[in-house]
Design a protein. Sequence first.
Length: 300
Amino acid sequence: MTSESNKNSGKKEGEIIENIQTGEYRVFYGSKNVQFRNITIDGIEQGEGAFVECRNITIEDTKIFLNYTLWHCHNLAVYKSFFDSKTRSSMWYCENVEIVNSKLNTVKACRNCSNLTLKDCTINSEDFGWKCEGVNITNCKISGINPFLDSSNVIADETELNGKFMFQYSDNIKMLNSIVDSKDCFWHGKNVYCKNCKLVGENIGWYSENCIFENCHIDSIRPFCYCKKLKLINCTMSNCSGSFEYSDVDADIKGHVDSIKNLLSGKVVVDSLGEYVQAEQIRECKGIIEIKSKEEQETK
């Protein structure tokens, strides 16, 4: 670390710290009311935890290359900053966080955080956003294996999400005007509401409960099986076979559905249906399927 950075290391309050590089262990531990500008957290020391237990700090135009950078921070703002892919677990146990126009490539970013705002960010993070509560996302691109596992009260607007297992065991999720491309998203999800979204995957929404999809397009091999209180309003479906198996469904679907299988209960209304499969029933299936007349289709 340079002599200039040595001058700035340690607990600080009410200062502006800028234009330094440091790899010192817990270099800014416990800082309060500090603005950090043009900082690089890197160096031969390989120090961890640069901003642990900080309060009311702003980090701007900063580059992070070392581990465990932001832990137990409260009232944190991050602007135009970069987290490198070799950085691990960069933001855990933080509260009241705003991240704007930044790139997060760090593994296991943002875990056990609350009141987290993400805006205009690009995020490529394995295991991103686990066990977070109160997340607002606007105009972001998020990719990873299983983002937002066991998270709650998440709102996303104008956002693209790409991964394998999005929003597993999540609760109270609201998606607007967004694209979700995920092998198995919303598994065991509860209280999910999606409007004007496109969902692409293999097994979307299995074991979910109390989920509503409005004006959405679903492209899935086997969507919405073993669901409770599932509702689809004015949605379209493509490449969907074996849909709704053993599910309780209230659905109004525009256009064609390839196949529906063993509808447990409720009612599915479609313009056209390739086939209704009733085979290998382990449970008693009482669901109703209704094909709209041409007159009904024209009035929709």
